[in-house]
Each structure stands twice: as C-alpha cells, then as structure tokens.
Design a protein around this ligand. Structure first.
Ligand SMILES: [Zn+2]
Length: 154
C-alpha cells in the first residue's frame, strides 16, 4: 500500500477527486481552518471543512477526497488517519470511478435494507482494517491540546 501511495500514477489517477478536496482549501483557510500535510496527503480541518462535515457530509468526523482528507479538527484527523488512508488507497485504485462505485455500493445496501454507510463494501474494508467509531480517545485530545500552542495567536 505504501508503494501505491507514493506512486505518481496513483496521484494522477486520484487527481479528479483530489481537486474536489483542494477546491475546499480557500474557503477553509478564509474561515479560520487550517491545512497540513501528513503521510503524502493534504489535510484540511476546522472552519469551512468542519462546517461541511457537519452540514453536508452527515456529521462525519472526517472524509477523504483523493489525496485530501477533510477533518473536523486535529484530534479527529489523528484518530481517523489510518482509516482515511485506506480510502486514499481506494481512490488510487479506482480513480475517477471511486465516488460512483462507492455511491452504488451504498445504494445496493439501502436496497437490501442494510446500513448504507457501515455495510458499504469500501467502508467494511476500511473499518475492518482500522475501526475508528465515535470520538477520539481523551488521551489523543489531551496530546493535541498540549501541542496546540503552535496555533495560538501571539
Ligand atoms: Zn470510511
């Protein structure tokens, strides 16, 4: 998986989805959010990114668009990073077809009376490898608060 993440072809194939995420950058920065780069992916959190997750993405803590991971805040990004990177790998495999097949899988679940999120075949793989339900453990929040000094205005 690591080789795939660093593959230029993987970045290129996932690019249409990555650009959707990149498009959220200006609004996120203008609304007080932040950008950082971790493990070969761009991470957006706070501001518009947090608003988007709350109001458009059904209250998700984080979500992935190609090589962009959108998170509610830093602790949530740290908590969900392994899980979201499974999706990054899925984007690199499916490229522009990822969102349609992800949506199709959810529709099939709904049709069969299953949970369209948790029973989605791509989520089952991601949760199977890295379960990250609910809120980040208190320890991670404390850790993030301890390093938050870098973000405080002088
Ligand atoms: Zn997921």
């Amino acid at each position: 998986m690591k080789r795939a993440i660093t593959s230029p072809l993987g970045y290129l194939w996932a690019m249409p989805n990555t650009l959707l995420g990149v498009a959220m950058t200006p609004l996120t920065l203008l609304s007080g959010g932040r950008v950082r780069f971790e493990r070969g992916a761009m991470e957006l959190y706070g501001g518009f990114a947090a608003w988007f997750l709350r109001n458009v993405a059904g209250g998700a803590g984080a979500m992935t668009l190609g090589h962009v991971i959108i998170g509610r805040d830093k602790p949530m990004l740290d908590f969900t990073r392994d899980h979201e990177h499974v999706h990054v790998a899925q984007y690199m495999r499916w490229g522009p077809f990822f969102l349609p097949v992800y949506g199709l899988s959810s529709l099939m679940c709904k049709w069969k009376g299953k949970n369209p999120y948790l029973e989605n075949r791509f989520e089952k793989v991601a949760y199977g490898l890295f379960p990250c339900f609910g809120e980040p453990p208190a320890q991670e929040i404390a850790q993030a608060a301890a390093t938050a000094g870098e973000n405080k205005p002088a």
